[in-house]
Design a protein around this ligand. Sequence first.
Ligand code: 5GP
Length: 304
Amino acid sequence: MSEVVRREVPEVDRAAAARRAVERRRARASLKRDLAMRVVSPQDVVARAFEDPDSTAGTLRVPDFLTALPAIGAGKRDRVMTELQISPVKRLGGLGVRQRRALQDWLDARFPVPRPRANRSRLLVLAGPTAVGKGTVAAHIRDHHPEIHLSVSATTRAPRPGEQDGVHYYFVDDAEFDRMIAEGELLEHATVHNRFRYGTPRAPIERALAEGKTVLLEIDLQGARQVRAADPSATLVFLLPPSWDELVHRLIGRGTEDEAERTRRLRTAKVELAAQGEFDHRVVNEDVASAAREVVELTSDSAR
Ligand code: 5GP
């Protein structure tokens, strides 16, 4: 009987089913990387799973979900499963109402979701991991929103093809950078990717703020922290990639860095993603125009 059934299933259908199974496994592996790298929050993943049990999130087994979370090993996973009374064969989408509630409560306690703070100033800091597209989103805002002043940083790195001094950066040598620091001309400065120095000139920002403009800084995590320390009312926005795989793809696709530099930048990206909880807002850069719109909307009075 089983022989007959097998012969009746056309070869192409079986091949297509096998392909689909491989794709789903790949999608789940990719989602686990997103969780590990904090590109998505665990709460977002369970929300997706509960909404659609057939989705990638919904078909993820609970133990696999838990061990994908930062700093959760096999021992902790087993203790949590027992505590929440969830069987190891369960998938996220297959949890009952009480188990869903228990898992959500545990996640909220273990991975608290930061709340935006009130009374923000017009100083907006855009940070995020390398290659996420901060520069492109910032340039889009500069080109479409003349009312927003985009800060031009000083850097000791050499210009890339097409980059203009005074537009993309002020390209300076080490001596000039040292002088700017010594004279107090920089609001913040940092060595990025352990290589070149970058800093935000203070005077143009103070001028723009005095004119009532919103000022946008596109800087790295260390710079964002320094700005917050200097002006606690600054609004910090964290730009996220749609997925970790997409971030790696964008970094390789850009083709401007060699292998060693890419490895260094991915390491930095992982550390930067882990700091997103310090930020007031998170924006996913799925496409540049929508991400730019979301950032600009944060500068409107209602959002502050
Ligand atoms: P890139 O060399 O690719 O233009 O920029 C490398 C990194 O330096 C990016 O993450 C960018 O956000 C950061 N960066 C650019 N300007 C500044 C700055 O003025 N201060 C700080 N702290 N980081 C900056």
